[in-house]
Design a protein around this ligand. Structure first.
Ligand code: DAH
Length: 342
């Protein structure tokens, strides 16, 4: 019987040492040390022994149990250690690996120019004012001194929504709306960026929808010198400190006098080149002194208040600044184009 126990112990120990997982080890523990295990079986037969032999057999079987349970403990620790080591190896992070590149967005070139011009004028104490893209003909034309039968009204081929409403053809109606809200009290200093619409056929320099920025200052003692100084500062900000401006007489119904403003060519410095069509000057915006009729219709006393206004095309400025040849590039969202504006 004792031989049987010793043999059993040897076989069990070998099996315990060979086991590869904690689950299998637990199965072996139940198999050999459980209540229905072989050791218990052997012990059941001890009743037939003499007291002396039974005592001896009891000692041996306890020894075997202890040996096996020690072997199980040792193997358990070994397996647990192996598992943790494996897990650590698998979950190691190589902090020296290069990171994944994230794509950063940026402002669309038109919005970037608008933001830049806004920041410039905010620095001069202007407020940003916006208006609706659907306007009444009253605000888009009439209150800007273009009565129903005024020839300039034919000049603007517009998208009408009904008899009296249209997509605004310029940002100038914001002038009127802002002046009305001021209830005849100056000063008013606003910059108005926004989309405008005209019934143009799209080509390299025309688009049925584009952006304008309008400026308006109304106060007492405002003169054309204020207009000139302001635009000169803007042009130097946009195109470089060497730039100069030139004003040519022009006509807009809402300003009197009206001017067309040119900037000295930034490509050739004024000598004449293909950018300025050999003239040394590039036209960039329209401006003038606010017409007394406009002031009067918006509730301002033209005897007391004067003002200047200007309006420019954002696409045109951006095309000039960056040498873009086709206005349609701004609207097609081709990343090869957009990514050049860092
Ligand atoms: N509204 C004009 C246009 O659509 C631009 C303009 C010219 C605005 C002169 C002004 C101005 O405020 O004084 O072309």
């Amino acid at each position: 019987m004792l031989e049987q126990l010793k043999e059993l112990a040897q076989v069990a120990e070998a099996e315990i040492k060979a086991v590869g997982t904690l689950d299998e080890l637990n199965d072996l523990r139940v198999k050999y040390l459980g209540k229905k295990g072989p050791i218990q079986e052997v012990m059941k037969n001890m009743k037939s022994l003499t007291p002396e032999a039974r005592k001896h057999a009891g000692q041996i079987s306890n020894e075997v149990k202890r040996t096996l349970s020690d072997a199980i403990t040792v193997q358990k620790e070994a397996l647990e250690l192996a598992e943790i080591t494996k897990q650590l190896a698998e979950e190691t992070i190589d902090v020296t690996l290069p990171g994944k590149k994230t794509m950063r967005g940026r402002l669309h070139p038109l919005n970037a120019i608008v933001a830049d011009i806004e920041a410039f004028f905010i620095g001069l104490g202007y407020h940003i004012a916006e208006g609706a893209e659907v306007e009444s003909d009253r605000y888009n034309f009439e209150l800007l001194n273009l009565p129903q039968d005024h020839p300039a009204r034919d000049m603007q081929d517009s998208f009408y929504i009904d008899v009296h409403h249209l997509l605004r053809t310029h940002t100038s109606p914001i002038q009127v709306r802002t002046l009305e809200k001021a209830c005849g009290q100056g000063p008013v200093k606003i910059l108005c960026p926004g989309k405008v619409y005209r019934r143009d056929d799209d080509d390299a320099t025309h688009s049925h929808q584009f952006m304008q920025i309008e400026g308006l200052v109304v106060d007492t003692h405002i003169t054309m010198a204020d207009l000139k100084g302001t635009l000169e500062a803007l042009v130097k900000h946009l195109f470089g400190p060497e730039r100069e401006i030139r004003m040519r007489p022009s006509f807009f119904p809402f300003t009197e006098p009206s001017v067309e403003v040119d900037v000295s060519c930034f490509a050739c410095g004024g000598d004449g080149c293909s950018v300025c069509k050999q003239t040394g000057w590039i036209e960039i915006l329209g401006a003038g002194m606010v017409h007394p009729n406009v002031l009067k219709m918006s509730g301002f006393d033209p005897e007391m208040y004067q003002g200047f206004a200007f309006g420019m095309g954002v696409e045109r400025i951006t095309m000039l600044k960056y040498g873009v040849e086709d206005i349609r590039h701004f609207y097609t969202n081709d990343l090869r184009f957009l990514e050049q504006f860092k």
